[in-house]
Design a protein around this ligand. Structure first.
Ligand code: KIV
Length: 272
């Protein structure tokens, strides 16, 4: 039987040390206690309280509506289920964009809620913020490529780095933020060959989402994997269960039991 290394039990430095160790790293999102319990029991290396919370759980069209209060609340819910894995929490849009002081204050709130590291989007232009958060002894995961918090500026959720000039900038961004001290990077929505080039260029693990097979690890949204993500899924998603169907079947069966007088039974009631 293959031994699965649980380097995440060591926290951010343990994840950083997995670069080049062969076995791909696995990160999945979670937003509350039940999803965190399932993710933890599934044996992932890292749990990400992503700001995809906005779409997946809160019903918004994008991540821009997610506030730091939302992230603190959901990070706490994940952490209170006490997963052994490293919990990384997203700094949401507009919680670090006005500068280092705001970024540190908000990163501290996420750590106090239970995160062991924070993730923030952007390359070279976020260096000051990344350095300040690292200076406060909080590990930072970077996120480059298709950065959903910039979707207005990018003109939509588009695959990034398709032109040679864009690709060059992306590699430079990855090197700059990993040199600054990010312990790992998410690469989202870029062509496979570019993700491979970035992965070779940086000394820290890369987690790909819609970025092909060559990253050091993969990350997906919990609800997409288990079939709770709605009818449309991006092409990089693979569904491993159909929980929405199972859940609605369970509710339908219970409703018909109630209507037919089969629920509750005597054993489901209190005699005194
Ligand atoms: O918010 C999120 O879920 C993310 C992942 C898609 C990487 O940032």
């Amino acid at each position: 039987m293959m031994t699965v290394q649980r380097a995440s039990l060591l926290g951010a430095p343990g994840i950083r040390a997995r670069k080049g160790q062969g076995q791909p790293l696995v990160m999945v999102t979670a937003y509350d206690a039940p999803t965190a319990r399932a993710a933890a029991a599934g044996g992932v290396d890292v749990i990400l309280v992503g700001d995809s919370l906005g779409m997946v759980v809160l019903g918004f069209e994008d991540t821009l509506h997610v506030t730091i209060e939302d992230m603190v609340r959901h990070t706490g819910a994940v952490a209170r289920s006490q997963p052994p894995q490293l919990v990384v929490a997203d700094l949401p849009w507009a919680s670090y964009h006005s500068g280092p002081r705001e970024a540190v204050n908000n990163a501290v709130r996420l750590v106090r809620a239970g995160a062991g590291a924070v993730k923030l989007e952007g390359g070279t232009k976020r260096l000051k913020v990344i350095r300040a958060v690292l200076d406060a002894e909080i590990p930072v995961m970077g996120h480059i490529g298709l950065t959903p918090q910039s979707f207005h500026a990018m003109g939509g959720h588009r695959v990034q780095g398709r032109s040679p000039a864009e690709a060059k900038l992306l590699v430079e961004d990855a090197i700059a933020i990993s040199d600054a001290g990010c312990f790992a990077l998410v690469i989202e929505g870029v062509p496979d060959a570019l993700a491979a080039e970035v992965t070779r260029a940086v000394p820290v693990p890369t987690f790909g989402i819609g970025a092909g097979r060559s990253c050091d690890g993969q990350v997906l949204v919990f609800h997409d994997i288990v079939g709770l993500g709605g009818p449309r899924a991006p092409r990089f998603v693979r569904r491993y269960a159909q929980l929405e169907t199972l859940a609605s079947e369970a509710v339908t069966t219970w409703a018909s039991d109630v209507r037919a007088g089969r629920f509750p039974a005597a054993g489901e009631s209190y005699a005194h």
